[in-house]
Design a protein around this ligand. Structure first.
Ligand code: MN
Length: 289
């Protein structure tokens, strides 16, 4: 199991100095991997990132949320095609960096919708993801669909809905990506969704209810980690936190990051690394009971 941090803990800009800073600080905080958001794939230099990752012996994953112009769940085939091109570009970046996962809101735009999804839009998204999953497999990459709350997509807001959508895609290179922040809003608890997903859970985000320091909000992390132990989850576990202290123009406004919940990225990250590893160690010993 690899423990990681989202790059936005350290930087909101992904030019050379931003990439270097995020990778070096993620390594220094004790993590195994960094998740890099590919919100602007045309501007991202994955060759440079690959060299800095190798220098720091850090693994990598990538994520993104699609936009209205690249929404795979659109009824407009031209927008769906634009989304597929964007995601294929991201797959190339992940392959260049030697990563094995592309995750996030890669099945619809990441935004508040004003209506439910249409059957045609869902069918477009499922078909496109099936094609992308095959292209990902050829590059040694898995896709994981992040279940997010109702203000960030209208397609999958619960694990159960996500599993139904996976059935529609019908491609075993696509799995579910659960996030405790979103689960805390939409699910009945932090335990059932993990058990329901079972071996179809491919990626986990660890975030607090207000997206600040772990352990200072209302997420029941004991339930979550016990469930991960119960199902034998072995995929990436990635810390996600956002503050107005570190801003990405594309991501921060979409996620509604208006408040400053921390100033010191290094302290936040080191604390999260300890918090996650301590919880994982504790539930590991449940096997002795
Ligand atoms: Mn997340």
């Amino acid at each position: 199991m690899q423990i990681g941090a989202h790059a936005l803990v350290f930087t909101g800009t992904f030019d050379e100095s931003g990439i270097r800073h995020a990778i070096e600080r993620t390594k220094r905080a004790g993590f195994d991997l960094i998740e890099i958001p590919l919100m602007d794939p045309d501007a991202f230099d994955s060759g440079l990132a690959a060299r800095v990752l190798a220098d720091n012996e850090l693994a990598v994953t990538a994520s993104l949320g699609l936009t209205e112009q690249t929404d795979l769940s659109s009824e407009d085939p031209a927008i769906v095609a634009a989304g597929e091109r964007t995601l294929e570009r991201c797959l190339d970046h992940v392959a260049t960096m030697g990563g094995e996962y592309l995750c996030g809101v890669i099945y619809s735009a990441m935004r508040k919708y004003q209506a439910p999804p249409s059957a045609a839009g869902i069918a477009h998204s499922a078909a496109a993801l099936g094609r992308l999953a095959d292209k990902a497999r050829a590059r040694g990459i898995h896709l994981a669909l992040e279940v997010v709350n109702r203000y960030e997509t209208n397609v999958i807001n619960t694990a159960r809905a996500g599993l139904g959508f996976l059935d529609q895609i019908a491609n075993d290179n696509v799995s579910l990506h659960l996030d405790t922040y979103h689960m805390n809003i939409e699910e009945s608890d932090q335990f059932s969704p993990v058990l329901d997903a079972g071996d179809r859970l491919g990626y986990v985000h660890i975030g607090e209810s207000h997206r600040g320091y772990l352990g200072t909000g209302t997420v029941n992390f004991d339930e979550l980690f016990r469930a991960l132990a119960r199902t034998g989850y072995d995929g990436p576990v990635v810390f996600e936190s956002f503050s107005s202290a570190v801003v990405s123009p594309e991501l921060s406004n979409t996620l509604g990051i208006w408040r400053n919940l921390w100033n010191d990225s290094d302290d936040l990250a080191a604390h999260a690394n300890r918090f996650i590893r301590d919880h994982l160690r504790a539930v590991e010993t449940l096997a002795l009971h």
